[in-house]
Design a protein around this ligand. Structure first.
Ligand code: ZN
Length: 68
């Protein structure tokens, strides 16, 4: 089973690479404790307000956006 990883802003996370599910912005961090809002949040419509996990959970980097 393929599990789509979605984590809302402010979630506790470990180091990894994340992608904004709304605009596709990629966030990489080695020392995040909590996920920040997307830097584009104020300039573009964001309705899901969360990040998709690109690394660290076995998800493929080119996996399509989670849809649910
Ligand atoms: Zn975004």
């Amino acid at each position: 089973m393929v599990q789509k990883a979605f984590v809302p802003y402010g979630s506790d996370v470990s180091a990894g690479t994340y992608r904004c599910v709304d605009c596709g912005y990629k966030l990489s961090s080695q020392s995040l404790e909590h996920l920040p809002p997307c830097p584009h949040h104020d300039s573009q419509p964001h309705t899901k307000n969360g990040w998709a996990i690109l690394s660290g959970q076995g998800d493929a980097p080119d996996d399509p956006y989670p849809k649910s």
